[in-house]
Design a protein around this ligand. Sequence first.
Ligand code: GAL
Length: 820
Amino acid sequence: MRFRLVISCLLFLASIPSFLLAQDVRKSWTLEDNWKFSKGEQEKAFAVDYDDSGWQEVTVPHDWAIYGPFDERNDMQIVAVTQNGEKVATKKTGRTGGLPYMGVGWYRRTFEVPGFDPEGQRVKLIFDGAMSEAQVYVNGEKVGFWPYGYNTFYFDVTDFLHTDGSKNQLAVRLENKEQSSRWYPGAGLYRNVHLQVTPKTHVPVWGTFVSTPHVAEEYASVNVKTEVKNVPEGTDITITTIITDASGKEVTQKENTQQLNHGRPLEQFLTVNDPQLWSPETPQLYFAKSTISIGGKLVDEFTTRFGIRKIEFIADKGFFLNGQRRKFQGVNLHHDLGPLGAAVNRSAIKRQLKIMKDMGADAIRTSHNMPAPELVELCDEMGLMVMVESFDEWDVAKCKNGYHRFFDEWAEKDLVNMVRHYRNNPSVVMWSIGNEVPTQCSADGYKVAKFLQDICHREDPTRLVTAGMDRISCVLDNGFAAMIDVTGFNYRTHRYQEGYEKLPHSLVLGSETGSTVSSRGVYHFSVEKGAQVIHEDQQSSAYGLEYCSWSNLPEDDFALAEDYDWTLGQFVWTGFDYLGEPTPYDTDAWPNHSSMFGIVDLAGIPKDRYYLYKSVWKPEEETLHILPHWNWEGREGEKTPVFVYTNYPSAELFINGKSQGKKAKTKEGSLQERYRLMWMDVTYEPGEVKLIAYDDNGNKAAEKLLHTAGKAHHINLIPEKEKVSVDGKELAFVRVQVVDKEGNLCPTDQRSLSFEVNGAGAFKAVANGDPTSLELFHKPTMKVFNGQLTLIVSPEKSGEIKVVAKAKGVKTGEETLSAY
Ligand code: GAL
């Protein structure tokens, strides 16, 4: 048996919620290796002497379903999706990704607690998330059950452990019911599992709460509340809290002797002078290290990472961070990581967040459930505000086997864990108690909303609560929206004004916006706006003009954010494509099985829309993006509109040197004309597309060329990072392109590639972003989708990793990555 012992290591700390560990008094391990896994029900698999020698060896995080195969019969749902306005049940294929996530799965492994002292220590098993209905056994005995697959939960297992220091047997039974989700949920121990050993008298899991009741340029007041377990009331406890900045420099400290007072935690106020405020632009972090002693004896040490920042929602005026108004430039993210499935990988999440931040996004909504702790920690560090969401269902069902089965008994426990887990994270700026819950139209729905909101307020009085509402008529009339702190509308942009006028808070957030659909590199003619547009090739057009019957194009949301003080900004549906929900190809439309909503595709490659958002959200950086590609053999002489997404106000387009005229963004025409430059009447001829952009003064500011690509000639491998670390977790992402002799992308190439990874790394996965592709992510062969795909490599030791991509008819591509 091998433990991976990780103490005082920042990487590890990122996976343990909101605290650091003192080596001497508390220890923690992440249980990654030496798990055994078996799919299907196994009788008595919880028993100590159960023979698991024939089971598969796996490492955790592990997603049992991502390896496929894809099959339309996997969780095929005959349903009417009422929230999409459907009245008649139809065959929904690919709704949960077409992957075999359903059924029972068992995990087993042993663990030791070195030097275990049953009298003087407490031992906890912490699950960052387990999909789902987890039943946990230690040494053959059941220690607990936690149904919601997305939440973090823990059990005190001290009393179940062997006292002689011998190996303990851990077994976990998970079960996913069919029709339990509206998207791919993943399966198994897909998030980390930790073992934590503390002294008997200790600060419990999520037992601190650090807030900043006063924040100004000159000083901030920091309030530290600390719970201590297993101390009789009336005992004098000395707590010394030292606050350090990110560089480790002490900025202040305070010592108090207090007693626990009728369950109230210890409480301290500290003052930080000249605080460095947390914001997306300056993600400054602080650490509060508390040492607890009784009668002069050190009892426990606990460090809470936090940030100093002020958040305000001001009626009529909007959202203010540290006194400055800003509109949320947010995206919704589902939890899956495309080809990696739901299995958490910190570097893959970091990559997603970086791609979003580079586009100008400053906020994430964790739709529609609790995120992995890694995501929130990374948002703290990288500077992204977070709306942490809890539920997609309350007591009324959306899915036959959804969370409504557990709501009455578990909602409070789930919310408590969520809020306590993330209330010290400065990135978290609001809680969401639900998404489009059918309860919003119940006469008593507001009572349920109040029940949940009150729990959030009780556990964290510093943040407001929102919910994504889509039944606007219901919620405006029945008191539901008036009950919730921050009005969050999903789509229905034409009703924002009404919401603003009717509701007491006088603010409206676009909690979910857009749902524009597109497939990377696919363009359909003629180029028109349209809802629920279906094309023969089962792809949506990347001209970015197609949306859902309930949704809209990006410009509606841009304009609302710009034109009204009382709008709070938006969270776009979605930042990345995700597995499942292949709208509009969701009704008997196999093989589609992944979404087309993403600004970025499932392979992490930006669609054209990425540059539209960037041109608006990051105007300080040059964006000059031309679409479509210019390889339209067979369309010679036909109308082929050209769109340009740019931060510049105007530009002139040339085809083979011939001007197509100058266009300027304007508020006079359609909303599209306010944000895009569009030449609708361009006649296609192969050759060169040239764009000259002009600044506000009409001066030439930038130029861009696009060429018709020649014959496919070779394969280009473009690593997203040159160097990757060998920490066992970092993954290397490599963009693979089929290009012509000059290196131009061949944008219509769909050939099949095969991969070899040698040296210090191994092939991990591959994805091409095609929502209809049934090729498996973990086989080293895949077709490029419109000339491109993403290869994922896992470094295994220090040294050089050689990556080779081959295909018929083109020269092999080779690239060397360095692992350190
Ligand atoms: C919303 C829902 C999302 C997703 C989206 C697709 O109504 O909240 O989860 O289904 O529609 O447009």
